[in-house]
Design a protein around this ligand. Structure first.
Ligand SMILES: *Cc1c(COP(=O)(O)O)cnc(C)c1O
Length: 434
């Protein structure tokens, strides 16, 4: 499969290059030149298949031309060692729980899949040079990437995070791992971490010294595997569905997750329409209303993993539908919620159903409450386990959220991190010694 850039000014790439480079030379996002439709028989039998079997079929359609079948099978089964159940919350509203992975957030799947695919490609190269992944995080991405890459031979990960700006629960998920994961605690804010990473990629001396790459969410190997989730949702609900009733609602920030769902739809997945649920960062919502895409600085909200002012995967959605506002709005609608509304939704849902929403999932749930039409069945993604946001959830609901054992185990680990100033010269000197 060949990959082109959404900016159309970069050479066509193969999968290996798209995965190793992440971003095209013209700063565009890589898109597969074709999206293979899955056969009718697959959809006829999908409800009898396991999550892993479904995922392998989907992965094969994207990556089968470029990855050896046994290796791809191994990568899929290694990535999906947990389930993603569909749970009824009330009436026609269901949730697709994407938080049963190692760090209890949906990014686990993309992170692990990418780690294993990158390893596969490193092993194909003659000298098997070690690859170093640099990732800046404000919380969730760092934990998913660190755990996804943990113990993967041939790759070392440096997670840069802002000192004192990450919740203790998040911090322990990437500072206690050891092995091939190094946490770097930067005396600064998230933007300083991101600036250090960007400077490192541009520094010639550093790039001659070591092979650097990113594990950014725009990477095709990180966003595409998220399509697995949506096929599984359909499979688990199929017996309850009449034709074309299914509405998929995705709490969105950078729009990678919903973009994967849209790719699934292009492969033939019978979803009637989509809702992109936003917090107060309403750039996509405004685009749907006006046809104008106007990035803005992000606003801090309760659903902080969706605090994105310039959603990077917008370029992919725009390209997928030939830049047609009409095509996009006929398939996708939007919703936007303030922190006050998020809190209210969490309380109302908890009181009415007993289901504990996290602040991100709350946007998705409310968008279905507000937007579902008679006869439709709505599924919203719960993108993170509520315990990941325990301080907030407990305060809003007046409860003591139980911490799953997997999370508790991280919290018992010993924090190890390297203190770093926000000065690039210091970071560079550190990397040159590695
Ligand atoms: C990353 C994240 C999102 C947003 O997903 P995108 O793919 O960036 O749209 C939503 N919720 C949680 C908990 C996340 O970590």
């Amino acid at each position: 499969m060949k990959y082109y850039s959404t900016n159309n000014q970069a050479p066509i790439a193969d999968l290996q290059k798209a995965v190793v480079k992440g971003l095209a030379e013209d700063r565009g996002l890589y898109m597969p030149e074709r999206i293979n439709k899955l056969p009718k028989e697959f959809f006829e039998n999908i409800e009898k298949m396991s999550f892993q079997e479904i995922a392998y079929t989907v992965a094969n359609a994207f990556f089968g031309e470029d990855v050896d079948p046994d290796a791809l099978h191994d990568i899929v089964y290694d990535t999906l060692q947990f389930d993603c159940p569909v749970v009824n919350v009330k009436d026609n509203i269901y949730t697709l729980e994407l938080f049963h992975g190692p760090t209890l957030a949906f990014k686990d799947v993309g992170a692990r899949f990418m780690a294993r695919l990158l390893q596969y490609f490193i092993n194909q190269t003659p000298n098997r040079q070690q690859v170093n992944v640099l990732v800046a995080t404000s919380g969730d991405t760092g934990s998913a990437v660190a755990n996804g890459f943990l113990g993967v031979e041939g790759i070392h990960v440096y997670v840069l995070y802002p000192k004192g700006k990450v919740s203790p629960i998040q911090e322990c998920q990437f500072t206690t791992l050891g092995k091939n994961i190094t946490a770097i605690e930067v005396d600064g804010v998230f933007d300083d971490c991101q600036a250090l990473v960007k400077s490192a990629f541009m520094d010639e001396e550093l790039n001659n010294h070591m092979k650097l790459t990113s594990a950014n969410s725009i990477n095709v190997a990180r966003f595409l595997p998220q399509a697995f989730y949506y096929f599984n949702a359909y499979a688990r609900l199929k017996e309850k569905l009449k034709s074309s009733q299914l509405v998929m609602c995705v709490p969105s920030g950078n729009f990678g997750n919903i973009c994967a769902a849209l790719f699934g739809h292009e492969m033939g997945l019978p979803i009637k329409r989509f809702i992109a649920a936003n917090n107060a960062n309403d750039i996509f919502y405004k685009y749907l209303q006006t046809g104008k895409y106007e990035p803005k600085p992000s606003k801090q909200t309760l659903a902080n993993a969706m605090d994105v002012g310039a959603p990077s995967n917008f370029a992919r959605i725009y390209d997928l539908y030939d830049k047609s506002h009409e095509r996009i709005t006929s398939l996708i609608s939007g919703a936007t919620y303030s922190d006050e509304q998020i809190k209210q939704t969490m309380r109302e849902c908890y009181q009415a159903t007993g289901y504990i929403l996290d602040p991100h999932g709350a946007c998705g749930y409310q968008a279905l409450v507000d937007g579902l039409q008679p006869g439709e069945i709505g599924v919203f993604c719960e993108t993170a386990h509520p315990a990941k946001f325990k301080e907030k959830v407990d305060e809003i609901l007046g409860i003591d959220t139980q911490i799953p054992e997997r999370l508790a185990a991280f919290m018992r680990g010993e924090k190890q991190s390297v203190a770093m100033s926000k000065d690039f010269a210091d970071f560079k000197a550190y990397l040159l010694k590695q």
